[in-house]
Ligand binder design. Structure first.
Ligand SMILES: CSC[C@@H](O)[C@@H](O)C(=O)COP(=O)(O)O
Length: 373
């Protein structure tokens, strides 16, 4: 997508082949581009959320393996790099997916061939992500078009989204935002309610920033406003992203997603999840019991970052000294609250049969790998 009219991705290789990212900690106030080189650079960038969002975490890890292969392409380095990068964040399954994929491709090769093959596969993973998200956009567009057709002429389709499942969370397009960008391109009027998404404010800082840059009409709302807006008929559709979706369609996403799904159900608002296939974890079914939920530093709750009137990015404390924050970063929305999954292959019901029918090949491949096939 574009920043000030210039096309950008969230991660790319420069003319010399070096990996560069947008350091998202400073958005929307400053656009800082940084190189990543060592395995430690990559681990820090994922752990400390310079990059974040499930698909981008996966792509970054793939490039992390590739860069390491330039330094040391031994079997031991391959295994160690898998472990180090895998330990950075626990919830988004794209991390393990990308690391397994790199291992699958590199392990059979002689060490001398691994660096070149690793960069090839990492570039492909990045390109595949862009294409998956483009298709999610096309498939979600059909949904928005249908809702638009039932509205009075010219009235915008009001879409609520939570967190940032936009292009900064992926390599490009975003997942939840891709249908919105496709609707804009198709000339359909849309308006987006952006949940601020405490504690880290990915909605206020990233989703609002990207929609603003793309000229998409939007309103920033506090996380607690969604239910009220739904009760008053102001939301036509909810679209969120996901960090891990189970084989039966339980959806793990940013903390607060579950409450939006409950409110949507109570008010007959369709609740859709934009789901790229690498975000499906075929090894788990019961999301509530089986998905590890990241617990982050309580300081993210007790403090807030913003820009002061001197233009400096600063952090302030909002709670009393001595009060500690409890900070589970994700929650699980059970499949029965999900109207449908917008995937690159089409829209799929959130249940085991429908998912197995749409992605049977991927499910079988995952099961083969699990049994050492
Ligand atoms: C396309 S991104 C989908 C999810 O990864 C996104 O909604 C989300 O929860 C991101 O969490 P974050 O903690 O910012 O990495």
């Amino acid at each position: 997508m574009k920043i000030d009219g210039k096309p950008f991705r969230s991660i790319w290789r420069d003319d010399a082949g070096e990996v560069r990212i947008i350091d998202q900690r400073w958005l929307p106030h400053e656009l800082r581009i940084v190189p990543l080189d060592s395995r430690e650079d990559f681990a820090t960038a994922i752990r400390d959320m310079w990059v974040r969002g499930a698909p981008l975490i996966g792509a970054t890890a793939a490039y992390g393996v590739a860069c390491q292969m330039r330094r040391d392409a031994s079997d031991a380095a391959l295994s160690e790099t898998w472990e180090i990068l895998h330990a950075t964040r626990p919830t988004a399954i794209n991390l393990r997916w990308a690391l397994d994929e790199m291992d699958r491709v590199l392990r059979p090769l002689p060490p001398g061939d691994r660096a070149a093959a690793a960069f090839r596969r990492a570039d492909e993973i990045a390109e595949e992500d862009v294409e998956i998200n483009r298709r999610i956009g096309e498939n979600g567009l059909a949904l928005i078009r249908e809702i638009a057709a039932a509205k009075p002429d010219g009235a915008p389709v009001n879409i609520l989204t939570h967190c940032n499942a936009g292009w900064p969370a992926t390599v490009d397009w975003g997942t939840a935002t891709s249908p919105i960008y496709h609707a804009m391109e198709a000339g359909i009027a849309v308006h987006v309610f952006v949940d601020e998404t405490r504690p880290r404010n990915q909605g206020a800082q990233l989703t609002a920033w990207e929609l603003n840059s793309a000229g998409v009409p939007h309103s920033l709302i506090v996380d607690n406003a969604g239910g009220h807006l739904m009760q008053h008929g102001e939301v036509d559709l909810v679209i969120v992203g996901t960090d891990r979706t189970t084989a039966r369609g339980d959806v793990c996403n940013k903390i607060g997603t579950y409450l939006k799904a409950l409110a949507a159900k109570a008010n007959d608002v369709p609740f859709y999840v934009a789901l790229p296939s690498p975000t499906i974890d075929w090894t788990v079914t019961d999301g509530l019991r089986e998905i590890p939920i990241e617990e982050r530093d309580g300081a993210e709750i007790t403090h807030v970052q913003g820009r002061d009137d001197q233009g400096r990015i600063t952090t302030v404390q909002i709670s009393p000294d001595g009060t500690e924050g409890r900070n589970p970063a994700f929650d699980v929305t059970p499949a029965e609250l999900v109207t449908g999954l917008i995937t690159e292959r089409g829209i799929c019901s959130a249940n085991a049969d429908a998912m197995a029918q749409m992605f049977g090949d991927l499910k079988n491949a995952a099961q083969d790998r699990r049994h050492g096939g």
